[in-house]
Write a protein that binds this ligand. Structure first.
Ligand SMILES: *Cc1c(COP(=O)(O)O)cnc(C)c1O
Length: 224
């Protein structure tokens, strides 16, 4: 399928679900291009996509170099401390902040304010990165002195399961935590956004208030 076709289907579903959930604004769709070629990423750009997500340094830099300048680049995976300097200048949004050490390194190496999502591991699966819900507030408070970091919101990955009620509970917990942090009115952490929802569960995430969905397989495809 062409990206254009997939995007049209996805956007139709998103519109319907947004209306049903009485949401006034629609989420931003990030095309996760980590499985696909540069040509496929360019095809996505031509189809109108402007948000791109990658989870590894090499792939991220490759896509960034190949796409036009107005592509908005999201780094969606964990970063190693020693790799930060290689990519941080090209990152518009970082979705996986969960360690002070990395925050410190981003702050030191960046030449602009990096918009960050703090990653939360709500299900407690040990294979997933991210903070526990109870750690989020103090972690975000401890970021106040890093002037190159702006906490725009929270991010999570739901477990891979058919249990929609369980998935929705996870997204709802993230939203509640977002509301709590937002109400603190921290200058460095407006925390108004929610990055949640992937190919398998983005419609559920939208019902629960996602403002960024990260879609790979269903939009641009998986390993070719
Ligand atoms: C790979 C990835 C996605 C996209 O996954 P799909 O299931 O292919 O849509 C979203 N978010 C993160 C953090 C990822 O690593």
């Amino acid at each position: 399928m062409t990206v254009k076709y997939n995007l049209e289907q996805i956007q139709k579903e998103i519109s319907e679900r947004s209306q049903k959930a009485k949401r006034s604004t629609q989420p931003n769709v990030i095309a996760v291009t980590k499985y696909v070629t540069i040509d496929r990423a360019k095809e996505a750009y031509a189809a109108g996509i402007r948000h791109f997500g990658e989870n590894r340094v090499e792939g991220f830099l490759e896509k960034k170099a190949a796409l036009p300048d107005d592509a908005i680049m999201h780094f969606i995976g964990p970063l190693q401390s020693r790799k930060v300097k290689e990519v941080v200048r090209e990152i518009d949004y970082y979705h996986a902040l969960d360690r002070l050490k990395i925050a410190k390194e981003i702050d030191k190496r960046a030449d602009h304010q990096v918009k960050c999502f703090v990653q939360v591991n709500i299900s407690g699966e040990s294979t997933k990165h991210g903070l526990e819900l109870t750690e989020v507030k103090s972690f975000i408070q401890s970021l106040a002195d890093y002037s190159n970091i702006k906490v725009v919101g929270l991010m999570t990955m739901a477990p891979y399961t058919e249990d929609e009620i369980y998935i929705k509970q996870i997204f709802e917990k993230l939203k509640k935590k977002r509301d709590e942090i937002q109400s603190l009115n921290l200058k460095h952490a407006p925390c108004s956004e929610l990055s949640m929802g992937m190919s398998n569960d983005y419609l559920l995430a939208i019902e629960e208030g996602a403002s960024y969905v990260r879609i790979g397989t269903k939009l641009v495809g998986d390993k070719e």
